[in-house]
Design a protein around this ligand. Structure first.
Ligand code: FE2
Length: 670
């Protein structure tokens, strides 16, 4: 007889305990154990939350190198069947070897579940017939559990599900997250103490009234935004370090549809627009994706959505100042170009229409499409095509946590027919899908990879651009980590080309994410290790750093409604000199629209208490020493960056925290 010591850890999450009987079978290269009941002196307390329990499994002779384990649980007569969340199983063999079996998933039935040893195996490494068989079975099951669905034509496909609770439990919110996160605008309204205003279809008549409803929840930056929202410098600053830092670009020739001439703009000294463009001091924000869209109807009133062009000048004292705004794409007599020299309210109204357009561009293109929907495609494709034992799964699974469920909720509660966005945003409804489609068809690979994106937009030298500074450093750190892990498993390009599971992953992303449209630069298959490393870096960066950059500041910059109106209900002036404070108040969204927007942005900026920061891996999917060392080095570099960002922020009037690694979540989870 030989003995195998089995050490089983139940996860430390709420509800992980089972009182059912647990059975294990060890499967090795030379044989297998009997299916053994795991029983020790702890009795039914062996599988409580956080418990680590040790057992003996005897075999008549050695079963060789362990390939997999089979786990199942059966209820006792007196106990009901319960849900169990085992974390991992460690097995010490009579030969003195230790085998690790990562599990990290709920077992909710009495079926047999197979788990592979933690050493990562690519498809062509998996030569044992039992290993191969279990790999195939796992993917077959996953293809059943994770099906593609078309939510709307022209946008990335999503997970097929009847609702958040019908998702497989391994991808659902934890109990903690579920109880904390009542994802309804109603709960946001309660937290902001705005319940009484949710039905008021009145206009704002005094800016002080907006101030009164805003006073319950504030952040340092939302206070700053309230104080400075009218200022040109703050308006320009937000294109660099606000929630949408990806639109602004250097302008070396004016677009044909923006007929601004030298004598119209006021530049310092004798400098001309051409001179300043040559020096790289002129910048453009072009909201052309919003052109020609019909505004929503809210409270039975038509809403207005513009597609502005904004020209900015980098001043000698390093400010990004707006110098001209045209609110519609086609120049014409009814489409004046506004300048800072216009009347106070003409210029302010022009900026308000830009900020409102930015809300739609940001929420739909920058936030929803380019982080949430892409992250879902990366995750679903991985779950369908890549088994747990694959190195890519081990590397990426922490970066997919909660993404399917949050997107499910977003579809249900934000963009559905009864969703908050549909009901209360100027671009809600039909326009929303047009913007998403246009955004997807104009997406490029370089725009998803921050080093290429910054170079392409000509922003290398812009001062005070913290999104770029922190983002580039984060990209480098993630890239070094991914390179370390993937080059440990892929020694040459041929191995990448031969890995059919990797190829299936990218192929599904192309088909279901990009809808087989040409997205310039995105690989349709992987031919080199370098190409794979870059793509996986982009995936992790998108799911973590980029999402944080475009998500975490929503309430900071949007809580004070005048700085980011989710809708506007008068058209912009077609002639100059007709606006006043009263025009501005009549243009702002009604009271109910305002508070619904505030409540949603509040909820979406909140950090959950089971938030996992970038680079922390509470689940130990890797067994080998090298990946563990690489994870340590990754965490060290993130820590150094965090300290550098915190030190830098001490001297800033408006700190930029969204890409501080301690504030960045591993995955799109909110
Ligand atoms: Fe988000």
């Amino acid at each position: 007889m030989v003995n195998y010591e089995v050490i089983l850890s139940t996860a430390n999450v709420v509800g992980a305990t089972t009182f059912n009987n647990v059975f294990i079978k060890l499967v090795g290269t030379d044989g297998e154990s009997d299916r053994s009941w795991l029983m020790n002196l702890k009795g039914p307390l062996a599988f409580t939350t956080g418990a680590v329990s040790s057992f003996n499994v005897s075999c008549s002779e050695s079963i060789g190198k362990l390939v997999l384990i089979e786990l199942d649980k059966q209820r006792l007569l007196i106990f009901p069947e319960d849900n169990w969340f085992p974390a991992k199983v460690e097995v010490k063999s009579p030969e003195g070897d230790t085998y690790n079996f990562p599990v990290y998933r709920w077992i909710t039935d009495n079926e047999v579940h197979r788990f592979r040893e933690g050493k990562a195996l690519r498809v062509f490494d998996d030569i044992h017939h039992l290993g191969k068989y279990s790999r195939e079975q796992e993917l077959k099951q996953r293809e059943e559990d994770y099906r593609w669905d078309v939510y709307a034509e022209g946008i990335p496909h999503s997970i097929k599900s009847e609702g958040p609770l019908s998702l497989p439990c391994e991808v659902r919110f934890s109990f903690t997250k579920t109880t904390e996160f009542l994802f309804t605008a109603a709960s946001g309204l309660t937290e902001l103490q705005l319940n009484g205003l949710a039905d008021s279809k009145e206009n704002w008549t005094d800016i002080e009234d907006i101030n009164r409803v805003f006073c319950c929840k504030r952040t340092a930056i939302s206070d700053y935004a309230q104080e400075h929202w009218k200022e040109d410098a703050f308006f320009g600053y937000q294109f660099l370090n606000g929630v949408n830092p990806i639109l602004i670009q250097r302008c070396s020739a004016l677009p044909k549809n923006l007929p601004v001439t030298n004598d119209m703009v006021c530049l310092p000294g004798q400098s001309s627009l051409e001179d300043e463009m040559k020096k790289g001091n002129i910048y453009l924000c072009d909201y052309k994706r919003l052109d020609g869209l019909e505004g929503n109807t809210i409270n039975e009133k038509k809403q207005y959505l513009m597609a502005p062009l904004v020209l900015l000048h980098r001043t000698p004292d390093d400010k990004m100042m707006p110098i001209a705004i045209q609110l519609k794409q086609t120049p014409g007599d009814d489409n004046p170009i506004f300048f800072p020299s216009d009347s106070e309210y003409d210029w302010l109204m022009a900026k308000i229409f830009v900020r409102s357009a930015d809300f739609s561009e940001h929420q739909l293109n920058v936030h929803l499409l380019r982080t949430h929907l892409l992250a879902e495609v990366f995750a679903v494709s991985m779950l369908r095509n890549v088994p747990m034992v694959h190195p890519l799964y081990k590397l990426l699974v922490p970066h997919t946590r909660y993404t399917l469920q949050i997107n499910n909720l977003a579809r249900l509660l934000l963009i559905s027919e009864t969703g908050v966005f549909t009901g209360f945003a100027a671009s809600g409804g039909e326009a929303m899908f047009t913007i998403l489609k246009r955004s997807l068809s104009s997406m490029t690979y370089s725009s998803l990879c921050i080093p290429d994106d910054i170079a392409e937009r000509g922003l290398e030298a812009v001062p005070n651009f913290y999104y770029r500074d922190d983002g580039l450093r984060l990209w480098d750190i993630i890239h070094r980590f991914v390179q370390g892990i993937l080059s440990f498993y892929y020694k040459n390009d041929a191995e990448v080309q031969q890995d059919s599971e990797l190829q299936a992953w990218i192929s599904d992303i192309f088909e279901h994410g990009l809808l087989s449209q040409p997205c310039p630069g995105i690989p349709r298959s992987f031919t080199t290790v370098a190409e794979l490393v870059k793509f996986v870096t982009m995936v992790i960066f998108t799911c973590s750093a980029q999402h944080s950059a475009v998500n975490a500041g929503q309430y900071d910059y949007g809580g004070w409604m005048p700085n980011t109106p989710i809708s506007l209900q008068l058209p912009p002036p077609t002639t100059k000199g007709t606006t006043s404070e009263a025009t501005m108040l009549q243009t702002f969204p009604d009271v109910n629209t305002t508070v619904q927007g505030m409540a949603t942005m509040w909820l979406l900026s909140k950090q959950s208490s089971d938030f996992v920061p970038l680079g922390r891996y509470p689940e130990d999917h890797f067994s080998e020493e090298i990946p563990h060392k690489l994870i340590k080095a990754f965490q060290g570099e993130l820590q150094d960056l965090s300290e550098a960002i915190k030190a830098r922020n001490k001297d800033l009037e408006v700190p930029y925290t969204y890409m501080d690694p301690t504030e960045v979540e591993n995955s799109v989870a909110i």
